[in-house]
Design a protein around this ligand. Structure first.
Ligand SMILES: Nc1nc2c(ncn2[C@@H]2O[C@H](COP(=O)(O)OP(=O)(O)OP(=O)(O)O)[C@@H](O)[C@H]2O)c(=O)[nH]1
Ligand SMILES: [Mg+2]
Length: 308
């Protein structure tokens, strides 16, 4: 590492918030690239992932977590505990609140944050969607949720979507960052392996193209990844829960999955900066949420999406 180790500063900063608050959008905005997928639907992020920002003597490892919400099933409870665990393992907290949404249910989140005994930056997001007076009301009600004798270390108002105020948050983090050796190579931007990231991109596009509850029963895995002189060949499987879902993913004459493949392939190409050929397969894997392994695939459809 080029930076003199004696002067290095480092921290794990956990981004915590309700589902759909804009945590992944904020992470991508800070890093200037799409590390974590973003959709308008709730419960998009399913696993904890790191986004690493290395600038001057500072390195910040941001932890993007699945959003906190009232759990209903086993799988959803697991998402919440992933967030809770991430808070416990980090050094500082960015508590991200959608200021345009009702503050109901945020109390639980504020408590979770204060339990960790770390520096907490309160970050009000989506300020592009509401008026200044309303913003002050929301801030007041959030401040009143702090436990007796405690307070947020700093408060920010941002738009993760258009970037307003985001640089101020990063600058403030850098100011309070403790001395500490970097944990990652300065070139590394995420801990997500590229093939997992590529599966996430396809999942993002599926969320955009499918309606209602269907996307929540889907998962995507990269089965093969081949780098050739002319680009990258990616084989992925879209797992669906029921045979009946297959026609919804495929569309008439396979039109829908073809469109999904094309969009995902272009998104991968733009981020990776090279040609991508994407081969999508649709398989049935019932109950993948509860039992990810050990189930036989019942059907197979193959759709090739080659570079045009
Ligand atoms: N108007 C506006 N929309 C935003 C802003 N930040 C995020 N969004 C939108 O909010 C939605 C949710 O964003 P995500 O980044 O996926 O939210 P998340 O907190 O990661 O959600 P989960 O992963 O489901 O917990 C997307 O449609 C974003 O485009 C913002 O500052 N302004
Ligand atoms: Mg997310």
């Amino acid at each position: 590492m080029s930076q003199n180790q004696a002067s290095q500063k480092f921290a794990f900063v956990t981004i915590v918030g309700k589902t759909n608050a804009g945590k992944s959008t904020l992470l991508n905005q800070i890093l200037g690239q799409k590390v974590s997928i973003v959709t308008h639907k709730v419960q998009t992020t399913r696993r904890r992932l790191l986004g690493i920002l290395t600038e001057e003597e500072t390195q910040i490892a941001f932890v993007d977590t699945p959003g906190v919400f009232e759990p209903r099933k086993g799988f959803e409870g697991q998402l919440v505990s992933t967030a809770r665990q991430a808070v416990g393992e980090g050094d500082m907290i960015l508590l991200l609140i959608d200021a345009s949404a009702p503050v109901e249910g945020v109390e639980r989140l504020v408590n979770l944050a204060f339990q960790a005994n770390q520096k907490i930056f309160l970050v009000l997001n989506k300020t592009d969607k509401l008026q200044k007076e309303k913003l002050l009301d929301v801030t007041q009600s959030l401040l009143s949720l702090c436990p007796e004798g405690k307070n947020f270390d700093e408060v920010f108002m941002i738009s993760a979507l258009n970037g307003d105020g985001v640089a101020d948050v990063v600058a403030a983090l850098k100011k309070v960052l403790p001395e500490g050796q970097w944990h990652f190579d300065p070139e590394q931007v995420t801990d997500l392996p590229t093939r997992v990231w590529a599966a996430e991109i396809t999942r993002e596009v599926l969320f955009e193209h499918l309606h209602q509850e269907l996307p929540y029963g889907l998962t995507v895995e990269t089965e093969a990844w081949e780098e050739t002189a002319s680009g990258i060949k990616v084989h992925q499987v879209i797992y669906i829960e029921r045979q009946a879902h297959k026609s919804m993913v495929l569309g008439k004459g396979g039109e829908k999955v073809k469109k999904i493949g094309t969009t995902a392939r272009h998104r991968m190409r733009d981020e990776l900066g090279c040609k991508v050929s994407l081969f999508l397969h649709v398989k049935v894997k019932p109950n993948w949420k509860e039992a990810r392994e050990g189930l036989d695939a019942l059907g197979l459809e193959r759709f090739n999406n080659l570079e045009d």
